[in-house]
Design a protein around this ligand. Structure first.
Ligand SMILES: NC(=O)c1ccc[n+]([C@@H]2O[C@H](COP(=O)([O-])OP(=O)(O)OC[C@H]3O[C@@H](n4cnc5c(N)ncnc54)[C@H](OP(=O)(O)O)[C@@H]3O)[C@@H](O)[C@H]2O)c1
Length: 328
């Protein structure tokens, strides 16, 4: 196993949670952090014992000691932050949603593939033991054919036009921020939809506070997917098969237990030993791929993210969810 130096762009909420999990990664050191604010960069560096900090995002791409960059800024900045690091030959793990639309993502994927540089979307849920177990179950066919997927993600944030979830300039809106998780799960378990229905509701800043979707996949699998920032919702994922169902318990997208219900048998709850916040799994995947000389993760390849973005674009188009990035 090689050792890798990581850099983080953006010193906010998710960057902090990600950095906290580095104690579980013996292969990795946090080498640099970049923020638009010298104060935020230096205090983040101090908290996590990071030797180098930059008071602009641009510093990271030029740092010769950084091997892998984790992009943790708001979605509209993912494109430029990721592009500059890929151009500099650095591997990149970029927060979800990868970009604001597929047009931007196509460019990043082209650069990564041309330069043969590693690139992956930070959909951490893909690497959690619970998700892996559910996928294994589905693929084993033990519960028969998959029929339906029900997944939601909702919490309440009081309306404030300056909050990141309500401000269109920094990528506000429920679908791109949290709806991406139920859409991700349906794509992972059932592939892209052949047909879909979708509706969104909006706040006065023009971003969607809620989005509801029904996907019709191949083999007559149907997904019902919901997201909202207006109310706390169960935030469960249930997969219905011919011979039972699997329930990913509340906050299913984070580390947590699942329950397997086989018809006629006592439900079996499966718990996983999960240290930390759960972000070390995706970071470990990046390093595992680099150790093997891979430029994409076989578990979360760029074609998957392109598909995911194409679906999000189509849902947005159907519901009238638009951002300035769609006009350029
Ligand atoms: N994987 C997950 O579980 C998860 C959870 C939450 C969020 N996310 C994703 O992570 C990204 C960041 O979310 P977050 O919750 O960490 O956000 P956050 O704490 O509000 O901000 C993250 C960074 O964005 C920059 N930023 C803040 N306000 C800005 C503004 N008005 N204009 C330009 N940049 C601004 C700041 O970078 P500087 O420090 O450089 O100023 C800040 O440190 C989002 O894309 C989100 O979808 C992922």
């Amino acid at each position: 196993m090689n050792k890798y130096n990581w850099g983080i762009i953006g010193a906010g909420n998710i960057a902090r949670q990600f950095a906290e999990d580095f104690k579980f990664l013996s292969q990795a050191s946090l080498k640099a952090v970049a923020s638009r604010s010298a104060d935020r960069a230096s205090s983040f560096a101090k908290k996590f014992d990071i030797p180098v900090w930059y008071d602009s995002w641009d510093g990271m791409a030029g740092d010769p000691d950084v091997d892998i960059v984790y992009v943790a800024t708001h979605h509209p900045f993912h494109f430029e932050n990721t592009r500059s690091c890929l151009e500099a030959g650095k591997a990149v793990l970029c927060e979800k949603p990868f970009t604001m639309n597929k047009r931007e993502l196509d460019i990043l994927v082209r650069i990564a593939r041309e330069k043969k540089v590693f690139l992956m979307e930070a959909i951490w849920t893909r690497f959690l033991p619970s998700t892996k177990k559910v996928l294994e179950f589905k693929e084993s066919g033990e519960l028969g054919k998959l029929l339906n997927i029900y997944a939601d993600f909702g919490f309440r944030i009081e309306f404030d036009p300056k909050h990141r979830l309500y401000d269109p300039a920094i990528g506000g809106g429920a679908l791109l921020d949290i709806g991406i998780y139920p859409v991700f799960l349906s794509l992972l378990m059932a592939g892209p939809p052949a047909k879909f229905h979708a509706t969104a509701r909006f706040v006065s800043t023009g971003v969607d506070h809620s989005c509801n979707m029904i996907f019709e996949h191949a083999d007559e699998v149907v997904s019902s997917l919901d997201c909202t920032v207006m109310a706390k919702s169960p935030t469960e994922a249930n997969l219905l098969f011919e011979k039972g169902w699997i329930r990913m318990e509340s906050m299913w997208l984070t580390p947590g237990p699942i329950t397997i219900h086989r018809i006629g048998q006592k439900p079996k709850r499966v718990k996983f030993r999960e240290p930390g916040n759960g972000y070390h799994y995706e970071a470990a995947e990046v390093m595992r791929c680099l150790d093997q000389g891979l430029a994409e993760s076989p578990s979360l390849p760029l074609d998957f993210s392109l598909n995911l973005m194409e679906i999000l674009d189509a849902v947005r188009d159907r519901c009238g969810i638009r951002y300035v990035q769609d006009d350029t």
